[in-house]
Structures are given as structure tokens and as C-alpha cells.
Design a protein around this ligand. Structure first.
Ligand SMILES: Nc1ncnc2c1ncn2[C@@H]1O[C@H](COP(=O)(O)OP(=O)(O)O)[C@@H](O)[C@H]1O
Ligand SMILES: O=C(OP(=O)(O)O)[C@H](O)COP(=O)(O)O
Length: 177
């Protein structure tokens, strides 16, 4: 929620996409992953998005046929996302764009990684968070070519949401009296 107020763009892809597609755009998602709990938060997020950002757009929102799973982003999304990344000055990335562990669904994550590396070379600050996204960074040769990589995914997002992380709290100096 905090992030919506400070970012220019949020690019949604990966496993969370289909929950947004089903709830907010009412399209069929076949056997794609659906997050029941998250779907309730999605409705609130959409209201916030529509209040605070100029446009909420789902690219290629044709839906997924019954029995099929959406497992990667396609060429249109790769192109639009790569352009947005190329324009960014600060990039925060948490979560791969598809099941990149399988070669046939790795093109989306690879394309976004290439875009983040290129933007970093042009002077953007790029922060990658999450165990799987860090693995993707290593697989696609981005280590040392982005600004920072952390294995903490959910934790780094919670920190940016303004939450106090238990480990950080424990390590912080006790107040002096
Ligand atoms: N469309 C999808 N359907 C199912 N799983 C997906 C999809 N896209 C990505 N994934 C999987 O999600 C996992 C990463 O999820 P996430 O927890 O967001 O990443 P991180 O560990 O970097 O925080 C990866 O293992 C990837 O294969
Ligand atoms: O990205 C991760 O998880 P998350 O994105 O689900 O929070 C990491 O696998 C977290 O590993 P850690 O809890 O050992 O730092």
C-alpha cells in the first residue's frame, strides 16, 4: 500500500497476475494459480490504484482456457515492460515473471533481467529481492550488473511498507536512559 503512493509504475507479472485478472478484470484464468486470501486485498488495491495512478492496464487480458495455466509473460508484455524499465531511475523487483526454472517459460524473466541490466548501465538504481528472483539474476548473468541483490523477498517488501523487521529490531541498540 505504501508503495502505491511513491512509485510511478507497478508492473504485475508472475504467479500473482491471475488473481488480479480474475478479480479485477473478470477474465477466466483456467488452472492458473489463484490466491484466495490475496484476492480480497486485490479489491482494495484496485480502488487505491484507480485513485492514485493514471491507468491500471492488463496487457493481453484475453484470459486462459480451461485446464491451461499461465506460466510466463508474452512478447507484448515483455516489450511494454522493458520500455517502462528503460525509462525508470529506480527499479525494485521482487518475483520472477514466469516459471523461469523451465526453459520454455524463462523468456519473460530473461527479457526483464536484460532490461534491468541495461537500465542500470544507463544509471538507474536497481534492487532485486527474493530467493527465486536472486536465482534468476544469477542464471541470467545479472550479478554485479545490477545495484543490489537480496535473498529476502517478502521481508524487503515489508521493510519498504514501513514494518519493523524482528531481526533489525533485535539488532538495534537498546534505548539509553
Ligand atoms: N505464472 C506462474 N505460475 C506459477 N508459478 C509461477 C508463475 N510465475 C512465476 N512462478 C514461480 O514463482 C516462484 C517465485 O515466486 P516469489 O516468491 O514471488 O519469488 P521470490 O522468491 O523471488 O520472492 C518461482 O519459483 C516461479 O517459478
Ligand atoms: O524470497 C524469499 O522468500 P519470499 O519472497 O517468499 O519472502 C526467500 O526465499 C526468503 O528466504 P529467507 O527467509 O531465508 O531470507
Amino acid at each position: 500500500m505504501n508503495l502505491i503512493n511513491v512509485v510511478d509504475e507497478i508492473l504485475i507479472c508472475g504467479g500473482m497476475t491471475y488473481t488480479f485478472m480474475k478479480i479485477l478484470r473478470k477474465v477466466e484464468i483456467g488452472a492458473s494459480v489463484f490466491d484466495e486470501e490475496g484476492s480480497k486485498k486485490g479489491a482494495q488495491n484496485n480502488e487505491l490504484c484507480e485513485e492514485n495512478t493514471p491507468a491500471t492496464e492488463i496487457i493481453a487480458s484475453y484470459g486462459v482456457p480451461p485446464g491451461k495455466m499461465g506460466l510466463d509473460i508474452g512478447p507484448d508484455t515483455r516489450q511494454v515492460f522493458s520500455y517502462i524499465i528503460s525509462e525508470a531511475k529506480t527499479i525494485l523487483w521482487n518475483g520472477p515473471a514466469g516459471v523461469f526454472e523451465w526453459e520454455q517459460f524463462s523468456n519473460g524473466t530473461r527479457a526483464l533481467m536484460d532490461a534491468v541490466v541495461a537500465a542500470t548501465a544507463e544509471g538507474a538504481i536497481s534492487i532485486i529481492g527474493g530467493g527465486d528472483t536472486a536465482t534468476a539474476a544469477a542464471k541470467f548473468g545479472a550479478v554485479g550488473r545490477v545495484s543490489h541483490i537480496s535473498t529476502g523477498g517478502g521481508a524487503s517488501l515489508e521493510l519498504l511498507e514501513g514494518k519493523v523487521l524482528p531481526g533489525v529490531e533485535a539488532l538495534s541498540p537498546a534505548p539509553t536512559q
